[in-house]
Design a binder for this molecule. Sequence first.
Ligand code: CO
Length: 134
Amino acid sequence: MIGPLNHVAIVVPDLDAAARLYRCELGAQVSDKVELPEHGVTTVFVHLANTKIELLHPLGQDSPVRRFLDRNPDGGVHHLCYEVEDIGESSRRLEQMGMRVLGNGKPRIGAHGKPVLFLHPKDTLGVLIELEQV
Ligand code: CO
């Protein structure tokens, strides 16, 4: 069902320092900072040949990644995102198999303007998984 790895998201305590690390020390192509207030994050995209890394930092008080950063003050891997062709079908199939979709169980529009859903990490080996319809 899942297709390519779309991105790995890393929550970081200092977005400028993280962007510098990827741009200078690691020599990757790195975007400018993008604020996504409706998602509660500021993000920097690292473009690799086969996937992307998203560096995330909380934006606003209700940020979904603030608690993660409180628990992981040095930063850490937050989620993996796999591409799917039909997110409605994926969601129905996963729920039939007893997997928990976070939120109200319905896909919503994610940070890239495409429908996404998140699976409960207790059902997925302790790693938060995002599915994105591409
Ligand atoms: Co993501």
